[in-house]
Design a protein around this ligand. Structure first.
Ligand SMILES: [Fe+2]
Length: 279
């Protein structure tokens, strides 16, 4: 959906294993201390950042996979940059349905913060834009899919493994209310992926819950939000009592992926468990 030019961000490392941290759906409000469904999203993000510092301080890359600000306000992205800069990992952002690309771009401390392709060691990471301004659900669109195909072709020529990242889920996750919002052209998306054997995983946010599946040998991964979680298997909107968390990934030179979710323990977070809606 983006018309930003295609530029590749090359990240140097002598390591064979690329260490990635995904922080998603941070939902920062305009002012510090704002809440989502009763939870202070600044407080929960700082708790997750503290956990990453303790567990994954040596990560190469930090990926923010959308809904970084709850209402797309510039001050939220300014604070996001300060939070992410507490970690030494290079951080990159892609937009979710709650985000404003212009405000993200203006706030990013480096113009390549919103780059769409990263190459590091034997890996290519692609950051797709599934946002449709004004809509909750996701669509990639013909231009984005054509770009994806060209990028995967280039990866194949360089014998790189690929991790594809986006905000919305490309498969049904089992929550009826969320699955109405899945990527509308997911069939075309997978038709492209199926043509390239180097695609190892697809990673997304939006669903505020952990998913780890396989499709045609490709790992399908979703991750908890750094704030409020949604209950797996729910027909209607339902908040879960799971704590905030993040996903780490280790991308090996032979294409293997090790990954898991880690959650904040021992910290109390206020949340409205009986809330009936989410804007
Ligand atoms: Fe979200």
């Amino acid at each position: 959906m983006s018309d930003s030019p295609h530029s590749i961000q090359f990240v140097d490392t002598a390591d064979d294993v690329v260490r990635v941290v995904q922080l998603t759906d941070t939902h920062l409000c305009r002012a510090r201390g704002g809440t989502l469904l009763g939870m202070d999203t600044d407080h929960s993000l700082q708790a997750v950042i503290d956990l990453v510092k303790a567990e994954r301080a040596d990560a190469h890359l930090l990926l923010g996979t959308g809904d970084l600000a709850d209402g797309g306000a510039r001050p939220a992205y300014d604070r996001l940059q300060v939070y992410f800069d507490q970690l030494t990992a290079d951080n990159y952002w892609l937009p979710g349905n709650h985000d404003c690309r212009e405000a993200m771009t203006a706030a990013a401390s480096r113009p390549n913060r919103l780059c769409r392709e990263i190459r590091i060691s034997r890996w290519q990471l692609l950051l797709l834009d599934s946002q449709v301004p004004g809509k909750v659900g996701g669509t990639l669109g013909e231009d984005e899919l054509a770009w994806l195909e060209r990028a995967l072709q280039a990866a194949q020529e360089h014998a790189l493994h690929t991790l594809v990242c986006l905000h919305h889920q490309p498969v049904a996750v089992g929550c009826s209310w969320l699955d109405e919002q899945k990527v509308s052209d997911a069939e075309a998306f997978f038709a492209v992926l199926d043509r390239f054997a180097g695609v190892r995983a697809v990673l997304w946010g939006h669903v505020h819950q952990e998913i780890d599946r396989q499709r045609n040998g490709v790992r399908l991964l979703a991750s908890p939000s750094t704030c409020v979680q949604f209950a797996p298997g729910s027909e209607n909107f339902k908040v879960d009592d799971q704590p905030p968390g993040y996903r780490w990934l280790e991308l090996h030179g032979d294409g293997r992926i090790e990954t898991a979710v880690s959650r904040v323990r021992g910290v109390h977070f206020q949340v409205e468990l009986d809330s009936g809606g989410y804007l």
